[in-house]
Ligand binder design. Sequence first.
Ligand code: NAD
Length: 136
Amino acid sequence: MKILVTGGCGFIGSAFILQQLSLGRTVLNLDVLSYAGNPENLYSAACSPNYYFAHGDIGDRVLVSGLLQEFRPDAIVNFAAETHVDRSIVDPTPFFKTNANGTASLLVETLNWWKELPKAQRESFRFLHISTDEVF
Ligand SMILES: NC(=O)c1ccc[n+]([C@@H]2O[C@H](COP(=O)([O-])OP(=O)(O)OC[C@H]3O[C@@H](n4cnc5c(N)ncnc54)[C@H](O)[C@@H]3O)[C@@H](O)[C@H]2O)c1
């Protein structure tokens, strides 16, 4: 099983990736490496032949479309988010950019790609959006 994980260098995403690799799954991690992203969280994954990393933004539609075409995931798990509420009081712009527009772009590109899949793959494909009130 191949999983596209977004925001996988963050707190929850990195733990999820390590768990999935231990279960024998193949993971592509798309992360923009914001102040919250820490590649060292995945230090032990770096030598796994089943782990791939793409540096980029979930809102980059060309990048996301290319990754979907190339990696052809069975599932997407979206952890990418601006999560520290206190920062939104200082500047809410990055929160709108990633949590609203970025998520919408990721969904649209996924839908466009998903529509072209064979029926059996369309039915088994899953998009899991991880979030909390701190994001909304
Ligand atoms: N931390 C918790 O206890 C907890 C609990 C339940 C749910 N959640 C939810 O899980 C999600 C992730 O939480 P976290 O604590 O791991 O967050 P985090 O801030 O530790 O990590 C977020 C990750 O997303 C990346 N990122 C940010 N913007 C991006 C973009 N535009 N494109 C690609 N990558 C981007 C960052 O670089 C970082 O690696 C959030 O939706 C959060 O609400 C967190």
